[in-house]
Ligand binder design. Sequence first.
Ligand SMILES: Cc1cc2nc3c(=O)[nH]c(=O)nc-3n(C[C@H](O)[C@H](O)[C@H](O)COP(=O)(O)OP(=O)(O)OC[C@H]3O[C@@H](n4cnc5c(N)ncnc54)[C@H](O)[C@@H]3O)c2cc1C
Length: 445
Amino acid sequence: MQHIVIIGNGISGITTARHIRKKSDQRITVISAETDHFYSRTALMYIYMGHMKYEHTKPYEDWFWEKNRIELKRAYVEKVDTESKTLTFAGGESMPYDKLVLATGSKSNKFGWPGQDLKAVQGLYNYQDLESMETYTKDISRAVIVGGGLIGIEMAEMLLSRNIPVTFLVREGSFWNNVLPDGESEMINRHIREHHVDLRLSTNLKEILSDENGRARAVVTDSGEEIPCQFVGLTAGVSPNIGFLEGSGIETNRGIMVDPYLETNVKDVFAAGDCAEFRETNGERRNLEQVWYTGRMMGEVLAETICNKPTKYEPGHWFNSAKFFDIEYQTYGWVWAKPKDNENDFYWEHESGKISLRLRWDKETDKLLGVNNFGFRLRHHAFDKWFKEERTVQYVLEHLRDANFDPEFYKSHEEEIVNQFNAENGTKVSLKKKSWKRILQLVSN
Ligand SMILES: Cc1cc2nc3c(=O)[nH]c(=O)nc-3n(C[C@H](O)[C@H](O)[C@H](O)COP(=O)(O)OP(=O)(O)OC[C@H]3O[C@@H](n4cnc5c(N)ncnc54)[C@H](O)[C@@H]3O)c2cc1C
């Protein structure tokens, strides 16, 4: 019997473990320095906001692991020796492996700001961050968040839920505009300000000042302004957790370099999830994919490969979703911040300024390339199928009602969208009635 050791009990490590167990009788050990059991990292904010307890974020009961013979070890792996196939833990203990899966996730970025290691200065990534945020946000009069991305906006929502005033320093001239096109980015700027966040665009952190006890007391911005605060959230992105691999012979760049089978350069060592960096990408996909569902997909294919059925990671069409306070966001395919030379662009925004749709399509073929929707829901299956079938933008608009996934009786906007599209593009797209027959076909394929 082989011993398969997985470092990391997040979505990618746990999916790998569960799927190996379904297919084989090998001995499996999952190691984590963070928590005894797998929990949903994406729900961290809801624990702080009092909507959930930590216990509710665990997808499996604690007895699940023993019943499925998945051994759990709480420890930090300090060293990997790939010659002797041995891990060394902080504290000196060691563990041999036959096959090793690195599923070590990410850590919050710190860019060498003076004062970044003071008390009450932290990112939001793991359970320990949640605990320290709990400690350092009690009875404070202002928090400053540095870095405008998805985790930054979650942190703002968390702090506001406890009535803590927030100043948000964003380096870019408009929120997340390295990802979002101007219309959506401006919508989110307005939305953040409507929530009474003091949003400072085009503003960089220069340093964090300490009080006499080594705790943050203020930040200084690049314009020299001093903003008093008692908590500083660092949310300027994340990067793969790979420091402990130094000297192991496992090739790293920003992440752990892998081929499409998630194999590293060292035999019997694999990587999956946030920490894996693909040598080559599939179409337009990025080398690093740091989202929940891709971690799960990587775990599933890696289990196949480890159980002697080599399987490539072929994730299909990109999609993602997030939330900016109460505005939901979904994206399918590719919508770049600026359209590429071969792309046409259409943007519709509802008069409320909280609902929008953007479509990108190929100038030559009219084939749909990407969709951004804010404030209403679109059915994932519809876009997955339409991308596979290489449908044109006109076809997609005609069938837009089939894709709408809002609850019944929500106001729908398809007619307004199609009218604007026709007016701008000189087309005669005519909206079809919603058809449950077609919807069932979309969902069943
Ligand atoms: C606040 C927040 C909100 C998010 N929201 C979303 C969302 O809405 N949608 C979405 O798609 N994604 C979201 N993400 C991203 C998503 O959570 C990650 O992509 C995903 O959790 C990565 O899973 P993973 O299994 O690769 O790694 P992780 O979940 O990071 O797990 C890695 C584990 O390995 C452990 N580890 C690392 N090194 C060692 C070592 N040397 N020894 C022992 N243990 C080690 C770590 O402690 C950690 O427990 C969010 C992330 C955060 C932080």
